[in-house]
Design a protein around this ligand. Structure first.
Ligand SMILES: [Zn+2]
Ligand SMILES: [Zn+2]
Length: 363
């Protein structure tokens, strides 16, 4: 385990970078403060000396409850006042702390910690927040809509005059006539029947087995790496180790079944049968207020009408003579008269016309 020499700053005289294991400031002689925060400069000294490594591993320093001096774990008496180490007299311990590689404190004079090369940086790379382009577009659209609706809030109701009407109606025509069909069953009323063989489906039939190469990801062991530093609570730091699984891709041979698709034949019918067929629809329409449904000209039980569609427009005139055409519902359209005054929405500033105001206009 690699051990490094940490540092601390003296709050009494402002001396920075005091060697971690020192329990007193070499400049002013003040004891290491009770709430000392050890840090690790990027160029921290790697400890090689066995005695100091042992000191680093011996445990956290303790604070004398009598005089406040800090002492090594191995000391049984305070090195300053000679008091016996004793929990009852208020002696306290410093704390050991774990840091991830990118969180190790580096000291006030160093802005950024440089990584030790043996530390895999990818472990600590937080995914950068991508600038969300969609968020920006949404913000722009929202701002745009706020402007539009802001303008709409500045609107008034004005009377417009009914100038003209338009309408359009459509009726589906359906005819009973002979059509060509194919089916697995023969329906009633079919004639000109032909029978033929056709593929109805497929059976999955086992042909045999064959060997196939498949790739498999197999765990082959574990890898230990440095994932941070431990503040030993005595002025030293030590490497923190993490493990992660190591995988290998292996090729395996597997016996897999092989199938044939065997067609299933059946008897199918091709025939003529009488059925209802959609023909060209009937249309009616005009620029007036007299709507009617177009009538079926063909007589006989083999003709009928189907689905109906209708569209109605009203053309209104503003006081300044400007015309607007708008689609409305059938009931509203029928209730209107020529030259009738009806409400519409208009902007107060800028000459915007927003359409008819009656809430029943779609009915
Ligand atoms: Zn000092
Ligand atoms: Zn003491």
């Amino acid at each position: 385990m690699a051990v490094y020499v940490g540092r601390w700053d003296c709050p009494t005289c402002g001396n920075v970078g005091v060697l971690g294991p020192e329990t007193q400031c070499p400049n002013c002689g003040s004891p290491r403060p009770k709430n000392v925060k050890f840090y690790l400069p990027s160029e921290a000294e790697l400890v090689k000396d066995a005695k100091r490594i042992k000191e680093a591993q011996a445990g956290v320093d303790w604070i004398c409850g009598h005089c406040g001096n800090q002492n090594k774990a191995a000391n049984t008496h305070c090195s300053s006042c000679g008091n016996v180490r004793d929990d009852d007299s208020g002696d306290e311990n410093l704390q050991e702390r774990d840091y991830a590689t990118n969180e190790v404190p580096v000291g006030s004079f160093e802005k950024e910690r440089t990584y030790h090369p043996e530390e895999p940086q990818y472990k600590n790379n937080q995914p950068k927040k991508k600038k969300n382009i969609f968020g920006r577009i949404a913000a722009a659209v929202t701002a745009f809509l706020a402007t539009i609706f802001g303008f709409q809030a500045l609107q008034k109701t004005v009377d417009v005059t009914v100038q003209d009407f338009k309408w359009e109606r459509q009726v589906q025509v359906i005819h009973l006539e002979p059509v060509q069909r194919e089916s697995w069953n023969l329906p009633q009323g079919a004639y000109n029947v032909q029978k033929f063989k056709a593929i109805k489906g497929y059976d999955k039939v086992l042909r045999g087995y064959e060997n196939k190469q498949v790739q498999k990801r197999v765990k082959v062991g574990e890898r230990t790496y440095v994932c941070g530093k431990i503040d030993k609570g005595n002025g030293y730091f030590a490497d923190k180790y993490c493990t992660e699984p190591v995988y290998e891709t292996r090729t395996e041979t597997q016996r897999v079944p092989v199938y044939d698709q065997v067609p299933i034949y059946g008897t199918k019918y091709r025939f003529t049968i009488k059925d209802w067929v959609d023909k060209q629809p009937l249309y009616a329409g005009g620029q007036n207020h007299d709507a009617y449904w177009p009538e079926l000209k063909q007589k006989g039980s083999d003709w009928k009408t189907g689905q109906r569609k209708e569209h109605y427009h009203v053309i209104v005139r503003e006081d300044d003579g400007e015309l607007h055409e708008e689609e409305v519902g059938p009931n509203y359209w029928a209730s209107l008269d020529y030259n009738q005054k009806i409400p519409a929405k208009h902007s107060i500033i800028l000459n915007f016309y927003y359409g008819l105001a009656d809430e029943n206009k779609g009915r």
